[in-house]
Design a protein around this ligand. Structure first.
Ligand code: AMP
Length: 213
């Protein structure tokens, strides 16, 4: 089964996607994580992507689609996939449909996570990540030791693109460029809406019920 998590920055796609993937044994594919990994490794793609990411703008579609295509090619085709932060434009959604169709697969469900702006801002401003990608929130999901990752002891970072000015740009980009995907996917009962305002466990339960897994 293939599930796309759609929703504004800060709505909890990452947290929910990681949990869903772990529980069901599915691959969790986050293009934001793939780009941050490329950046840490200092690849040409990572360095190119950085200027867009730091400004809160979208990395060009061709770059993202190639990245996803390459990543999917390395996954077991029988395994479920939960996409988080991809697709973000109609062109990316069309490209994903084509890549999946070539492998005899398709997007089965799109879960739109929704929460109001006050919650989104708090979730984004409280977010802290470990260099290896584990994400905490100082208000809702704090680490056991202040400022340090529970798993690795690494110092947690406040992402450059989680600073207030960049967050505003990211929310605008979402409304203008990504929100139209709701119309793209809202056919044949593929789109389900999930209230993303509650606690992590509550949203996860609602998500699983809505997707039917
Ligand atoms: P995220 O971790 O999903 O919030 O992504 C962080 C940043 O990476 C975004 O603000 C974009 O600059 C870039 N990015 C991630 N996914 C995509 C995508 N599907 N299309 C374009 N840019 C992306």
């Amino acid at each position: 089964m293939i599930v796309v998590l759609l929703g504004s920055p800060g709505v909890g796609k990452g947290t929910q996607g990681v949990r869903l993937g772990r529980t069901l044994g599915w691959a969790h594919v986050s293009t934001g994580d793939l780009l941050r990994a490329a950046l840490r490794q200092g690849t040409a793609l990572g360095l190119e992507a950085r200027k867009y990411m730091d400004a809160g703008e979208l990395v060009p579609d061709e770059v993202i689609v190639d990245l996803v295509r390459e990543h999917l090619a390395g996954l077991d085709p029988a395994r479920g996939v939960v996409f988080d932060g991809f697709p973000r434009t109609v062109a990316q959604a069309e490209a994903l449909d084509a890549v999946l169709a070539a492998a005899g697969r398709a997007v089965d469900r799109v879960a739109l996570l929704e929460a109001d702006d006050t919650i989104l801002f708090r979730r984004i401003s409280g977010r802290r990540s470990s260099p290896s990608g584990r994400v905490y929130n100082i208000y809702f999901d704090p680490p056991r030791r202040d400022g340090l990752c529970d798993d690795t002891g690494e110092r947690l970072i406040h992402r450059a693109d989680d600073q207030p000015d960049t967050v505003r740009t990211r929310l605008e980009v979402y409304r203008e460029t990504t929100a139209p995907l709701v119309g793209y996917y809202d056919v044949n009962g593929r789109l389900v809406r999930v209230d993303g305002a509650g606690g992590i466990d509550e949203v996860q339960a609602a998500l699983r019920a809505a997707v039917g897994v």
